[in-house]
Design a protein around this ligand. Structure first.
Ligand SMILES: [Zn+2]
Length: 269
């Protein structure tokens, strides 16, 4: 069986400090072979790169999350560019808009997003996008940016929870859809219907650890070892065997993040 890929887990956050070894041990036991750690500010981006450089199969993404957009500046961009020189960096993110919590003023969120999208274009890296209750404005920005980037792998809408129409627009514009724990929630009928109809070559699996734990772990801290629960739900929805789900979601991740096939770059090897 091919290893699973957790395309979004925040192992560089304080919640995991000092616990990397047991977390990775449980991830391995669950068949998770590759992980992407997205930063949410400069320090967690730096730490993500540090972790990824130390271990085969772990990769980093660097970026400033919309919550922290008020800390974004020219010097932050320079620092991200510098961090992205590491071969362990496979994307720019987590970037985006969050109009639910509004931790940073909206005009600053938009400015930080636009600037980091140009950085991604300059670095020829895909983006990892966060969206909460900002769909209209986010799509306006993304759909203007996407055609300025060559190729069919612009990035991923992580922990996707939007409408069917927005998923279809994103996919046809070159984005992947990140499937996370909420797929397993009883209330997520609409999301399940949307996901099951999307093209399989555009779906990625992620935990978003420590957030969004799948059933039956709700209320606990999420971790990469829970990823098979999301893969199983996706398999159940699409009438496919779990092995097939693992194979195509890992293949999609390899394509988006530019990994060569083979098991060498795996935490399992
Ligand atoms: Zn995240």
């Amino acid at each position: 069986m091919k290893p699973l890929t957790d395309t979004h887990c925040h192992l560089s956050l304080d919640q995991f400090t000092g616990e990397l070894d047991p977390i990775l041990k449980r991830a391995r036991a669950a068949g998770v072979g590759r992980l992407v750690i997205p930063g949410i500010d400069i320090e967690t981006s730096r730490r993500a790169v540090e972790i990824a450089e130390g271990l085969a199969g772990i990769y980093a993404s660097v970026g400033v999350h919309p919550h922290n957009a008020s800390s974004y500046s020219d010097s932050a961009r320079d620092r991200l560019r510098e961090l992205a020189r590491s071969p362990a960096v496979v994307a720019v993110g987590e970037i985006g808009l969050d109009y639910y919590r509004d931790h940073s003023p909206r005009d600053q969120q938009v400015a930080a997003l636009i600037d980091q999208l140009s950085l991604a274009r300059e670095l020829e890296l895909p983006v990892i996008i966060h969206n909460r209750e900002a769909q209209e404005e986010l799509f306006e920005v993304l759909l203007e940016w996407a055609p300025t980037v060559a190729g069919t792998k612009k990035g991923v809408l992580h922990a996707f929870s939007g409408t069917r129409a927005s998923a279809e627009t994103a996919v046809s514009s070159g984005f992947f859809i990140g499937v996370a724990g909420p797929l397993t929630y009883p209330s997520a009928e609409e999301l399940r219907q949307t996901i099951q109809d999307l093209p399989q070559d555009r779906l990625l699996l992620e935990t978003d650890s420590p957030y969004l734990p799948p059933q039956p772990h709700r209320g606990q801290r999420n971790e990469p070892a829970y990823l098979p629960l999301i893969a199983e739900e996706l398999g159940r929805l699409t009438g496919g065997e779990i092995d097939k789900v693992i194979a195509y979601t890992s293949r999609n991740a390899s394509y988006l993040f530019g990994w060569l096939n083979g098991s060498a770059n795996s935490i399992l090897s």
